[in-house]
Design a protein around this ligand. Structure first.
Ligand SMILES: [Zn+2]
Length: 203
């Protein structure tokens, strides 16, 4: 990795988004209506920042582009506290439902929004609801082409909406036609042949 890239601190990771933006509500709340809801993301993220400061630990915050656009000061607070900033898409749409062209434009919008705030390249990414699966692996090529060197989107578990069960559980490098990208999975607990998710739900 060259000097331009970010570090991936795996101590803890957070997806910075509001309750009405998660995939579980996507069928009843349109992104165009997000502005009508009371936002809790600022106060809740600050709580996480306070706890991290108390514990003396630093992590990676994957920030939704919509949140960054509406609350740029929050992104600066995260950065000033010494944490890494990653992208989490702009509109929180599932990658395998977007298709390559719409995925790329959404990715660019969120990346550009974050980079204007933090003043340096954003090279870390996590997809909404771990939606890089076997049917959307093309997204890795687009991530590489758009300057990302680290991804945390592939969950090595069985789930109806996400996951690649056979994916390695340890950090590894994935090589594609576009280059290479580091893959850091969410924590899993292996019980025999079964892998169980650890550390929160997909958001
Ligand atoms: Zn999310």
């Amino acid at each position: 990795m060259n000097g331009e890239t970010q570090q991936f601190d795996g101590t803890f990771t957070v997806d910075v988004e509001d309750y009405f933006q998660v995939s579980a509500f996507s069928s009843v709340i349109s992104p165009g209506d997000w502005g009508q809801y009371d936002c809790r993301v600022e106060q809740n993220t600050r709580r996480v920042l306070d706890v991290a400061a108390e514990c003396g630990t630093r992590g990676t915050f994957f920030v939704l582009g919509w949140v960054a656009k509406h609350y740029p000061g929050l992104v600066s607070e995260i950065q000033d506290a010494g944490h890494e900033i990653g992208g989490h898409s702009h509109w929180h749409q599932l990658v395998y439902e977007l298709g390559p062209d719409r995925f790329r434009s959404d990715l660019q919008e969120s990346r550009d929004t974050l980079e204007q705030i933090i003043g340096k390249p954003v090279t870390l990414y996590r997809s909404p609801s771990f939606s890089i699966t076997e049917k959307s692996l093309w997204a890795l090529d687009i991530l590489i082409e758009e300057g990302f060197d680290t991804d945390s989107s592939i969950y090595p578990v069985h789930h109806d909406r996400y996951g690649i069960p056979d994916a390695p559980t340890m950090p590894h490098i994935i090589k594609t036609a576009a280059g290479a990208i580091r893959e850091f999975r969410r924590m899993v607990y292996q019980f025999g042949r079964t892998k169980l998710p650890v550390g929160g739900a997909a958001t």
